[in-house]
Design a protein around this ligand. Structure first.
Ligand code: PLP
Length: 380
């Protein structure tokens, strides 16, 4: 049976080198890293390298990063933590209308508790105009949270410019970099960031481990209180196997970033030209100048995306409608609607996301099958 996985933006497999790095920490070195005895202390070995590897990918100090259980937890930690710490200064938070639910939902939660949230619009390519951020800032703004790259379209936001505005008004600035981390260069100083969320399972590390960068001195209340791990910023026994796997994935992401960029740019071009040659009435969404190379959002006119997904699944080809978390919902994507697409077009849009184990032949085959299935399903 054919198996062509084109949903790497939903999750990546854990790379074998990361699995190998995790192995010792399930049994031989399975002490509690917070224990005083040497068996516990020995199990702590991956924590230092993990902080260091994250700092190298972000251009920050190792102790400005702490580990969480997911990108969702990192986002919740910043949004609720800054809202709590800043409640005497104000109650206004700015985010975009195309954020992942891991940002939108904590913001909606805060809205029900008296916070005022601005959900900024985007243009037809999914980008925010930094001037919209400037216009939205008030004396009560305590946080700006704008994602780095969108999980449905791959669109990269003008983070550096938005960060400059945030600095000008001394408003703390967070970005959800879950999709871009480990894929493209990031630097928290150049991007003018105070907080940045990441997740291991989007860059070939294991699931259930994330991290949060927090600039020294930034306002913050921890989400989890308890044993005071990670310098009190995130209590809970360290997920040592996860941290070991993430450390290895980050080390290799740094080493391979340049060659991967060239690989994905070639694969993306091949996918887009294979689709354009074989499919009628398609649009590739977003602006090519500002795109993650491994995510392709395609609208196939008059083809229902759920039906397309189901039929491709039967053919052993795995793609998605958009965010994995919203996959069971029939509602059109909030990201595509925010870009000005009609609900019908949004429901005719799919995401194909590429990974390091895809081959050019797979891409051609997937495009061929997708075109045939789409023609069969197309409602005229
Ligand atoms: N933010 C973005 C942009 C994502 O794409 C995802 C995952 O799909 C998340 C946050 C949530 O990350 P996690 O799955 O680690 O909770």
């Amino acid at each position: 049976m054919r198996h062509i996985y084109l949903d790497y933006a939903a999750t990546t497999p854990t790379r074998p080198e990361a699995i190998e790095a995790m192995q010792p920490y399930f049994f031989e070195l399975s002490g509690n890293p917070s224990a005083a005895h040497s068996f516990g202390q020995r199990s702590k070995a991956p924590v230092g390298p993990a902080h260091r590897n994250a700092s190298l990918l972000l251009g920050c100090a190792g102790d400005e990063v702490f580990f969480t259980a997911s990108g969702t937890e990192s986002n919740n930690t910043v949004i609720k933590g800054v809202a709590d710490a800043g409640r005497n200064r104000g109650n206004h938070i700015i985010c975009s209308s195309v954020e992942h639910s891991a940002v939108l939902e904590p913001c909606r939660y805060l809205a029900q508790r008296g916070y005022d949230i601005s959900f900024l619009p985007v243009d037809g390519t999914g980008r925010i105009d930094p001037d919209e951020v400037r216009k939205a800032i008030t004396g009560k703004t305590i946080l700006i949270s704008i994602m780095h790259a969108n999980n449905e379209t791959g669109t990269i936001q003008p983070i550096q410019e938005i960060g400059r505005i945030a600095r000008e008004y001394t408003v703390p600035f967070h970005t959800d970099a879950v999709q871009s981390f480990g894929h493209i260069p990031l630097n928290v100083d150049e991007m003018n960031l105070d907080y940045l969320s990441v997740s291991a399972h989007k860059c070939y590390g294991p699931k259930g481990i994330g991290a949060l960068y927090m600039r020294k001195g930034s306002p913050f209340t921890p989400l989890l209180h308890g044993g005071g791990q990670e310098r009190g910023r995130r209590s809970g026994t360290h997920n040592i196997p996860g941290i070991a796997g993430f450390a290895k994935a980050m080390e290799l992401a740094s080493a391979e970033m340049e060659s991967n960029a060239a690989f994905f740019s070639r694969l993306r071009k091949r996918l887009i030209s294979a689709l354009s040659e074989r499919c009628n009435d398609i649009t590739i969404n977003g602006d090519e100048k500002y795109m993650l190379q491994h995510i392709v959002s395609v609208t196939l006119k008059n083809v229902n995306n759920q039906e397309l997904l189901t039929e491709l699944d039967k053919e052993g080809i795995y793609i998605s409608r958009g965010a994995a978390c919203g996959a069971s919902r029939d509602a059109p994507s909030h990201v595509l609607l925010a870009m000005g697409m009609s609900p019908e077009k949004a429901n005719s849009t799919v995401r194909l996301s590429l990974g390091k184990w895809n081959t050019g032949e797979e891409i051609d085959e997937a495009a061929e099958v997708l075109a045939k299935v789409a023609d069969r399903l197309r409602k005229h």
